[in-house]
Design a binder for this molecule. Structure first.
Ligand SMILES: Cc1cc2nc3c(=O)[nH]c(=O)nc-3n(C[C@H](O)[C@H](O)[C@H](O)COP(=O)(O)OP(=O)(O)OC[C@H]3O[C@@H](n4cnc5c(N)ncnc54)[C@H](O)[C@@H]3O)c2cc1C
Length: 297
């Protein structure tokens, strides 16, 4: 599917390009043209060879180095399984330090932007190790952020701990399957829990703790809920942000940005683009119809 001409429209829609330079170029264009920030993500998760880990790390590091030469506001998204978790969990720390150190050195004394290493959250077996490495780097003063998933029961406690630490947290609903012993199963329960967690993220207590909320969803009712909470509790636009995926409901992202909200898009790049596009395809029936037509022609 990745090499088929019939699928190339999906690559154009959801992926910035193959190279780190194309990822950075898209981040610059989004910022200059629309005031929208980026989370750059070199694709390639759940890898099991050291060569692929090295390739992943090099691409993250190259993006971090771009911070030296460009006025960017970027998160560099990293999945622990991209940087060696499935080969040897001990390797992850070494690689994460390298990426975080490059970001820190490249930022130098610049104070504009919320540039950081964003730990994405994968399946439930990765929760504890991901939080542990995030906390370790944060304790040592590295610019890091953490993703938490609203579908998990444990997230309320994890979020409370991160609020107390004054962290940067990206809240998502959760893209992995987990059993009812770990996670809410229905869409309504996950939405209700998202609301509860957003209220915690945008509480007065969180603001006073220096917490930085990132609400990552395409759900406009959750955007409205978050904005109402922010207004009620004295959060100014720019002291929290919304994040969405490149190519998904970009009209909503642009409208939020035009209304003065801080918005970030998750901008994937790299050669291994089909798994990411296939997930977007599953979320949007209109794309599935377009793909079927394209394959048939
Ligand atoms: C920036 C970002 C980072 C993420 N990082 C992680 C992570 O680290 N770990 C993790 O488990 N999950 C991650 N996710 C995925 C997340 O967990 C959800 O699976 C995903 O965002 C769908 O939930 P939703 O809240 O956006 O919207 P939904 O409730 O699925 O949808 C809300 C609305 O958006 C529309 N919509 C959704 N997707 C599409 C689409 N492709 N095309 C058109 N319309 C669409 C729906 O039709 C609906 O109207 C991330 C998501 C984002 C936005």
């Amino acid at each position: 599917m990745q090499t088929s001409r019939a699928t190339s429209f999906l690559r154009g829609k959801y992926v910035a390009g193959e190279s780190e330079a194309q990822g950075v170029e898209r981040a610059l264009t989004l910022l200059q043209d629309c005031g929208i920030r980026s989370s750059l993500f070199y694709m390639g998760e759940y890898v099991d060879t050291l060569d692929l880990v090295a390739q992943n790390v090099e691409n993250k590091v190259k993006v971090a180095e771009a911070l030296r030469d460009h006025a960017l506001d970027i998160h560099i998204s990293v999945d622990p399984t991209q940087i060696g978790h499935h080969i040897d969990p001990a390797l992850v720390e070494d690689r994460a330090y390298r990426i975080a150190r490059t970001i820190k050195d490249a930022i130098g004394n610049k104070t504009d932007g919320v540039n950081c290493l964003m730990f994405d959250m994968e399946d439930a077996s990765l929760n504890d190790p991901t939080i542990a490495i995030h906390n370790k780097l944060q304790n040592e003063g590295f610019p890091v952020a953490l993703t938490l998933q609203a579908y998990l029961y444990r997230t309320e406690a994890d979020l409370a701990a991160q609020i107390a630490r004054g962290s940067r947290v990206r809240l998502v609903k959760g893209a992995f399957a987990a059993g009812s012993e770990l996670a809410f199963q229905s869409t309504n329960e996950i939405k209700d829990n998202s609301r509860k967690l957003i209220a915690m993220m945008l509480s007065q207590e969180a603001r006073e703790a220096g917490f930085y909320p990132i609400i990552a969803t395409h759900d406009t009712r959750l955007h409205d809920f978050a904005i109402a909470q922010a207004r009620r509790n004295g959060w100014k636009p720019g002291s929290y942000e919304f994040e969405m995926l490149l190519g998904v409901r970009e009209d909503v992202a642009k409208r939020l940005s035009e209304n003065g909200e801080r918005v970030r898009l998750y901008v994937p790049f790299g050669r291994d683009w089909w798994p990411h596009a296939a997930r977007r395809l599953g979320e949007n029936p209109a794309n599935a119809v377009l793909l079927a037509r394209s394959l048939a022609s």
